[in-house]
Design a protein around this ligand. Structure first.
Ligand code: PMV
Length: 342
């Protein structure tokens, strides 16, 4: 019998503009989206460990760092470690069941589940996490999932549940986030197309490829301000225009938002982070009436692509994606960040 029980949830996220360029210090725009993940945590009688179950697989984490079961879930050991370091969930047996809404790379599932997991397990152990602790918990999970220090945009967006403008800072190093208004023009929607077919490029390899293509010649922090500005220059005007149009969100903005998405994608594609499959998909969907289509997130094989399309043309765009064997789904801008359900 459960000694204690808690449920928490968190939205997922999309980067609308600026992925990869943000690594060199220019601002990006991200939104929380409707696929929402739930974690149910139960504290049971027994020795210290966390048992994770659900569609992603099953794994057991022990306080010393040992993992048994599905090793691809290893990143969630970082959440357990984080809670243990805070003196939370250290001595109990916890079972956490994850209900994943959409299995798709690039929509921030690792942060989303990390945030909900932290909230639910902490509550089942009789503790409450502060918002910054939920952020840190999700960020630790992403650190393992991304194979390095992530920007924090995924964790920030899913925890806050509000659109964010984010920017990497170099002196002193860090990231700056601020909430922003993002409105999609009435009658238009965002469709996520999951291009996964069994193979996924990693964020790290894509960030490296982008760096090589732009001739960075070293890590962003080793470059001069001028060198970073030169890398970001082609994208800078896209950001300025996109931020203005998205904050207005009137129907007359739709065409220009789509064009900016296409321009942003072209820059990413020219820098090596698209694939032939993504380009075939884009050509088909643009022909079917999508106003804009771009990679969202790191890109590469198995990454998410977003289509900005009128409700009238939605069916046609969905049909192209499905014909190519991809799963697609319409998303809303989420209104709530990571929360305890009860
Ligand atoms: O694939 P995602 O959503 O984790 O996005 C990675 C975004 C990059 O700009 C490529 C890297 C980063 O840390 O900002």
């Amino acid at each position: 019998m459960a000694l204690n029980h808690a449920v928490a949830s968190a939205p997922t996220k999309l980067i609308l503009f600026g992925e990869h360029f943000v690594v060199y210090g220019t601002p990006g725009i991200a939104i929380p989206i409707s696929p929402r993940n739930y974690v149910t945590a139960n504290r049971l009688e027994g020795g210290p460990s966390l048992h994770l179950t659900g569609v992603m697989g099953d794994a057991v984490f022990e306080p010393g760092g040992r993992i048994a079961g599905d090793l691809s879930l290893g990143m969630f050991g970082a959440a357990y470690h984080f809670l243990n370091e805070k003196g939370i969930a250290k001595n109990g047996l916890f079972k956490a069941d994850v209900k994943l809404d959409r299995r798709c790379k690039g929509i921030g599932n690792s942060s989303s589940v990390g945030a909900a997991l932290g909230l639910a397990v902490a509550r089942a152990s009789g503790k409450r996490l502060l918002k910054e602790e939920v952020f840190e918990c999700a960020q630790q999970v992403d650190g393992v999932a991304h194979g390095g220090r992530p920007s924090g945009i995924d964790a920030r967006t899913v925890v806050e549940g509000k659109p964010q403008i984010f920017r990497r800072l170099f002196s002193p190093p860090g990231f700056e986030f601020r909430q922003t208004g993002v409105l999609l023009p009435t009658g238009f929607c965002l469709v996520v197309i999951d291009t996964f077919r069994g193979k996924k490029s990693t964020t790290r390899e894509l960030v490296e490829r982008f760096g090589q293509t732009v001739g960075a010649g070293g890590l962003p922090e080793t470059l001069s301000d001028d060198a970073r500005a030169r890398i970001c220059a082609p994208y800078a005007t896209i950001y300025d225009k996109a931020a203005g149009l998205l904050s207005k969100g009137t129907p007359d903005c739709a065409k220009s938002i789509g064009e900016l998405m296409n321009e942003n994608h072209l820059l990413l594609s020219e820098r090596g982070v698209s694939t032939d499959e993504i380009e075939v998909l884009r050509t088909g969907c643009l022909k079917a009436g999508a106003l804009g289509m771009k990679i969202s997130g790191a890109g590469g094989e198995g990454g998410a692509v977003i289509a900005f399309v009128s409700e009238k043309k939605l069916r046609g765009v969905e049909a192209i994606a499905k014909d190519l064997g991809f799963v697609c789904f319409v998303v809303e801008i989420a209104k709530q960040g990571a929360v305890l359900e009860k």
